[in-house]
Write a new protein. Sequence first.
Length: 387
Amino acid sequence: MKFDILTLFPEMFSNVIDKSILGNAKTKGLVEINCINIRDFSKNKHKKVDDYTYGGGEGMVMSPQPVYDAFKSIDGDALVIYLTPKGRRFDQKYAEFLSKQNHVALLCGHYEGIDERVLNKIVDIELSLGDFVLTGGEIPAMAVVDATCRMIPGVISPEPENINESLYNSVLEYPQYTRPAEFHGESVPSVLLSGNHQKVNEWRTEKSIEQTLNKRPDLLESRRIGILGGTFDPIHIGHLHIAEKALSLYNLDRILFIPSNSPPHKDNNNITSSLHRMNMVAIAIAENPQFELSTIELQRDGITYTIDTVKELLSAYPNDKFFYIIGEKEEEIMTWKNGEDLLKMIEFIFLPRELNISSTDVRENMNRYLLPNKVFDYIKKHGLYMN
């Protein structure tokens, strides 16, 4: 995986990306991390990269020309992310999504921000670390790189999917201990010294839930979650309209958008790559905090059946109630694999299309008004659906 970091202060990154786990990952060739100095692209003889804001006010704004030329120097197609307090909240799920990319460019702002025109032209997604303001985007960029790289196979051991760390499974990690067996009068729990792996695992599960209840009870709260699956080739305003309607009518807490990998009813030779479809979904839903991308089906080899996805979600999130959003009638589900079982396992929301739009129509006519603006820009940028 490749990261390009567009920054005014590349020297800030050396002690982060060249040391410890990230440094080892670079040495192994698992990740490539480049820092691009935006100041190098200034056409001002003093290498000035900022100017006064139109309309008056305090502070300076980064000029569009150096930022755009720095972006144009990037070799290859990258998913471009701007680090800003106005962006979508970065979390473990987003780190997982980014780890599936081939190439990510992180744009670090400074001063009062960056000229909006260049952001509109080059940025795919805006991300935020949280509801606070930093002096620049460099620290958030470091956090995004570190969290994402840890999800890449081979960077850490064991592999990411076998890790029991905090937030991987929506719970906090159990307490950890090392030598000595007694410290300041406090002993290590005896079960950890027993050699009984089953008892150890039971203790860890119990303590993990206990820690979560005490410190982050919100992670265990029951949620009403809608599932919207499909090839999303491409995602369009019809999909977003149905999701918004389901949120409102059924009082849902969030909607999971689940791009399929190899749907049973499609000619998989003619489907756009899973990477592009995944990215278009992420871009389309970036501004709605109640919309979430799930890569659960993209991680599964072979034909992706709804029954398998539902079983996996119910197992991973036993406290949540799931609703499958669909446009077909109930009798159509009986033609799916294990359709009768599905109807018993999960509640279905039947919402016929109010907007008569299909992804096929969008691909064939490429009507930009049927697509979110950023999705249309992504399609142009990557030359999709040129036929």
